[in-house]
Design a protein around this ligand. Structure first.
Ligand code: CTP
Ligand code: MG
Length: 247
């Protein structure tokens, strides 16, 4: 069984607001993308890596990831697309046909531990074609009506939204990456959802969502708090503390 990981690193990092793509931002002395790649390699369960990167930065990312001694895997860096979904689809085009398991992981989750990578891959290998890591919700979640269906906010007060549902928190999971797939299932899911890939407001925010849209089962394994996503400067500060704790 051959397992390949697609590491998505082609985003611009708008919400972080630095002058370089988020995947190249420094965390404790290393760029996020290298943290993520090292942990994928350290899992011992990944045979090759395809990294998506912003167009024009292929050589820079190949230098950073492909030449790192701790990333002892074949690394191929390819141009990503305009949305995360398009970037994963671009990465998938470089997955050899003899690959059986594909993991999709975000460089924006640089500290996802090797044990989590193994847990996801093992669940795929034991018969689950689509697997996501998930953590229980700590907050209560409310679903609100779309703006057009809600009560209009009074002009002289704060914006209000109408609550339509409070889902049972015990049955909710916050999902992370790496997500793991039987390769053929992931290829089919991206082919079926290809029409959504070009525009951010239509694109799937995770790959499992595309599998669900096909009507195929998706399973959750236990996630890990270290697989937190870096979106803002505050997240980088928290991740910095986790890195310090590790060393
Ligand atoms: N990503 C990608 N291609 C895109 C957009 C995102 O490969 N066109 C990747 C990012 O590099 C990141 C992951 O998808 O590893 C999750 O995306 P997100 O956290 O939204 O990162 P950015 O899009 O870079 O950040 P922002 O939305 O703030 O611009
Ligand atoms: Mg984004």
């Amino acid at each position: 069984m051959t397992t390949l990981a697609i590491l998505t690193a082609a985003g611009s990092g708008t919400r972080l607001g630095r002058d370089l793509p988020k995947a190249l931002v420094d965390l404790g002395g290393l760029p996020l993308v290298l943290h993520a790649a090292r942990r994928l390699a350290a899992s011992g369960t990944v045979d090759a890596l395809v990294v998506t990167c912003p167009p024009g930065l292929t050589d820079a990312v190949q230098d950073v990831v492909g030449r790192d001694d701790l990333v002892d895997l074949p690394v191929r860096v390819v141009d990503g697309g305009t949305t995360r979904q398009a970037s994963v689809a671009a990465g998938l085009r470089h997955v050899p046909a003899d690959t059986t398991v594909v993991l999709v992981h975000d460089a924006a989750r640089p500290l996802a531990p090797p044990a989590l990578v193994r847990r996801v891959a093992d669940a795929v290998r034991t018969g689950h074609p689509a697997v996501v890591p998930g953590l229980p919700m700590v907050d209560t979640v409310k679903r609100v009506a779309p703006d057009a269906d809600g009560d209009p906010s009074p002009a002289d007060g704060p914006r209000v939204e109408r609550v339509v549902e409070t889902p049972d928190r015990a049955l909710l999971r916050v999902v992370q990456t790496p997500q793991g797939f039987d390769r053929d299932v992931l290829v089919r899911a991206h082919a079926a959802g290809a029409g959504r890939a070009a525009a951010e407001h239509l694109a799937a925010s995770d790959d499992a969502g595309l599998v669900e849209a096909l009507g195929l089962p998706v399973h959750v394994v236990a996630g890990d708090e270290h697989a937190m996503k870096i979106t803002t400067e505050r997240d980088l500060v928290v991740a910095g503390l986790l890195v310090e704790e590790e060393s």
